[in-house]
Write a protein that binds this ligand. Structure first.
Ligand SMILES: [Fe+2]
Ligand SMILES: [Fe+2]
Length: 321
């Protein structure tokens, strides 16, 4: 990639309206409670987490044994190679969450400007601080573990689309509902699997905040979606389907493929291993169906975003019965 390309990839150009609210009237009762909780539950990433422990040596960071069960390549590796794969794959995965956290930080900054009601702006201001802290702790952890891998192109394209839209409803839907909804489910799985005490502690703190963020999106959208004109609501439905289709990893067309970088770094055929893992890994499939079917889809249904018009397309990709 040339420097000019790199610079272009860092920039997202958009036009966004900044709205003032001079009414100073509360609009969302639920947001008032959420705002109070957010102020009470602030924590300091430097002191809340014990950074003095070694990282990656006290127990498996993320359980790659389970993740690559069923593939032929993983069982043939020596224990040392398996440990190296564990560290690198964990660093690659956690790097994607780090980039996602930075995405949340910049999207929330936009929401402070574009969301119409003042109480929603105040709540969004607390989320800006939360996401700044998440970037801080993930960055610190991943650097301690190994190194930061580049953002996956698919993740980058989804985050850029959320940043570039001028609709605040689409920002909330894309970030607070879809990206953060999936991230919470993934953090819960990682929290159960990890044997690394620093990562456990980090995830416990981050999860406290993420629950509020998804509720924020849900409360605000629950109010606005029923009042929306049909073309706008259909636009949101189409966007939701498109993102679910791409992120619901089930074949070579979907999901993140930059994990190939890890295999190539190890001196192996990244493309071949990636194809094998996409085809055979039952755990990845189970993980994805947990993320989407048990966590995301019920919320989208409650918001009224799975209309009769769009439901058949979810059935085609296996996200609805
Ligand atoms: Fe976050
Ligand atoms: Fe968040």
């Amino acid at each position: 990639m040339t420097t000019a390309h790199q610079q272009a990839a860092r920039r997202v150009t958009y036009q966004l309206e900044t709205l003032w609210d001079y009414d100073y009237e509360p609009t969302h009762q639920e947001l008032d409670m959420l705002y109070e909780t957010a102020k009470k539950n602030q924590w300091n990433g430097s002191t809340a987490i014990d950074w003095s422990r070694p990282v990656g040596s006290e127990g498996a960071v993320l359980n790659v044994q389970v993740a690559f069960a069923g593939t032929s390549f993983f069982g043939r590796l020596t224990p040392e190679e398996q440990k190296e794969v564990e560290i690198r794959v964990s660093a690659w995965r956690l790097s994607q969450f780090l980039h996602g956290e930075q995405g949340a930080l910049v999207v929330c900054g936009q929401l402070v400007n574009s969301i119409p009601e003042l109480d929603a702006k105040l709540y969004a201001s607390t989320q800006v601080v939360d996401e700044g802290r998440h970037v801080e702790v993930f960055e610190r952890y991943v650097k301690k573990l190994h190194k930061i891998y580049p953002v996956d192109p698919l993740l980058k394209s989804v985050l850029d689309e959320i940043l570039a839209t001028n609709l605040w409803e689409l920002k909330l839907l894309g970030m607070q509902m879809i990206v953060e909804g999936l991230a919470i489910a993934a953090f819960n799985v990682m929290r159960r699997q990890t044997a690394d005490p620093t990562l456990s502690q980090l995830l416990d703190y981050v999860l406290q905040d993420e629950g509020r963020h998804v509720n924020f999106g849900y409360f605000a959208l629950k109010r606005s979606i029923p009042e929306m004109a049909a073309p706008k609501r259909e636009f949101l439905e189409d966007f939701t389907y498109k993102v679910c289709d791409l992120l619901y990893a089930r074949d070579e067309r979907t999901g993140f493929r930059s994990i190939q970088d890890v295999w190539n770094e190890m001196g192996w055929d990244g493309e071949k291993i990636w194809r094998e893992t996409v085809k055979t890994s039952q755990t990845t499939k189970a993980f994805n169906s947990f993320l989407f079917q048990e966590n995301l889809m019920p919320r989208l249904v409650r918001l009224g975003l799975i209309s009769d018009r769009i439901a058949p397309r979810y059935r085609e990709i296996g996200l609805m019965a």
